[in-house]
Design a protein around this ligand. Structure first.
Ligand SMILES: [Ca+2]
Ligand SMILES: [Ca+2]
Ligand SMILES: [Ca+2]
Length: 210
């Protein structure tokens, strides 16, 4: 039994590693049509209606790294990072937030198009995580130690969307998790991995796999 569980964990790790590698490859292929600003506390990335790929992470040396398609750029020290706001607008966008710690909130809005959002692997958020993927068939993957002190609010908009939180320890929120599939035929893969201090609200998903 134990070995089958560790086998499963290894398979999921492999899946996430593959996912991240393919995300990174896509990030490097994309054209940079995004404005990036960082004042030491707030990172804002705003893109246009083209297909954008955005990767945000911090490295072991305490630098905040952003890749909008032309390779990773060090935008400054991560020490006072409070907020991350990413708006990728129309187009089929990829947004990845990995290995990052912020003292306030992370907000991702991907607008129209078939978008792909990953928030995974040691992401610590001092306040809230908000994700809105708008119309289009979107995929949101969450897991491997996403720790949110207050609330998680996910809205997937119209279209057949998938929210998948089966990876590793999934998402742990100190207060609430709200996930709204809105229009379309939506799939939620929970994997027993949504852990809340207060309330869990799941709405408008046609299929929920616990
Ligand atoms: Ca876009
Ligand atoms: Ca989009
Ligand atoms: Ca959608």
């Amino acid at each position: 039994m134990k070995s089958s569980i560790s086998g499963l964990v290894n398979n999921v790790s492999l899946l996430v590693a593959t996912l991240l590698a393919s995300t990174l490859a896509l990030v490097q292929q994309a054209n940079a049509d995004c404005d990036v600003s960082f004042d030491g506390e707030k990172l804002e990335i705003k893109c246009d209606d083209a297909d954008d790929s955005i990767l945000v992470r911090q490295d072991g040396a305490g630098s905040l790294l952003v890749d909008i398609g032309s390779g990773e750029e060090n935008v400054g020290p991560v020490d006072d990072l409070k907020d991350v706001v990413i708006e990728s607008e129309g187009g089929n966008d990829i947004v990845a937030v990995v290995a990052l710690s912020v003292t306030d909130s992370v907000e991702v809005k991907t607008g129209k198009g078939n978008d792909f959002v990953v928030v995974a692997i040691d992401v610590t958020i001092g306040n809230d995580l908000k994700i809105e993927t708008g119309s289009g068939a979107d995929v949101i993957r969450l897991g491997f130690d996403v720790l949110v002190a207050n609330s998680v609010d996910i809205k997937t908009g119209g279209g057949g969307d998938t929210v998948d939180a089966r990876f590793g320890s999934g998402v742990i929120a100190g207060n609430d998790i709200k996930i709204n599939g809105e229009g379309g035929n939506d799939l939620l893969e929970v994997g027993g991995n949504l852990d809340v201090g207060n309330s869990l609200e799941i709405k408008d998903f046609e299929t929920v796999n616990p």
